[in-house]
Write a protein that binds this ligand. Sequence first.
Ligand SMILES: Nc1nc2c(ncn2[C@@H]2O[C@H](COP(=O)(O)OP(=O)(O)OP(=O)(O)O)[C@@H](O)[C@H]2O)c(=O)[nH]1
Ligand SMILES: [Mg+2]
Length: 216
Amino acid sequence: MAVRTIVVRERVLARNDEIAVRVRKRLRDAGVPAFNLVSSPGSGKTLLLERTLADLGRELRMAIVTGDVQTQNDADRLARHTDNLVQAVVTNGACHLDARQVETALNAIDLDATDLLFIENVGNLVCPAAWDLGETAKIALFSVTEGEDKPSKYPNMFRAAQYVVFTKMDLLPHVPFKIERAEELARAVNPKLQFFRTSALEPNGLSEWYDFLRQL
Ligand SMILES: Nc1nc2c(ncn2[C@@H]2O[C@H](COP(=O)(O)OP(=O)(O)OP(=O)(O)O)[C@@H](O)[C@H]2O)c(=O)[nH]1
Ligand SMILES: [Mg+2]
């Protein structure tokens, strides 16, 4: 039984990767960079996107696909900040989005009228790491309330990501979190990571994040 389970999973992942190749080509042909935001639940993915839509929405046409195990709460929150379509995928128990869901969501998005696509994945530091959605890059959000050792405990996620956005920097004075140590541990699993330090609540440190998005 155990062996059979592994085979099935590998087939499912292989099929996913085929679809992801298609999605990536479609996005590249349309010239739309796509970022897959991954993190543990509650790290601040939706708030960062809300803030980004509110602040950059007039400069950049941003489309969003959100994934949640249940509810479309995040999509509702985001839709308040944009006239563009926000696609809500309810995974009904699955702990990650897959490429087919993103492909289906893209059918409803006018890529010619889109500068940038964000995919907010299900809050989970394990499953989304293994699933290629055809994105340009995965961005791992890492809040200062989570403890510095997350990259050591969940290395696959930090290996799969190209960028790390530290979130909730406004809480730094209140928690025993050494950000240099967190960066060091993240670099130990992935030396190529680039870092941003943000607070979406204050807001603070967002200009670097916005400049990064603008230069795409
Ligand atoms: N202090 C502080 N709180 C924040 C910040 N960003 C998010 N939060 C709070 O953290 C909680 C979770 O934020 P969300 O944006 O919903 O997090 P999420 O990663 O989208 O959560 P899931 O989609 O459930 O995984 C909310 O109460 C936010 O207000 C921040 O920069 N500073
Ligand atoms: Mg969210």
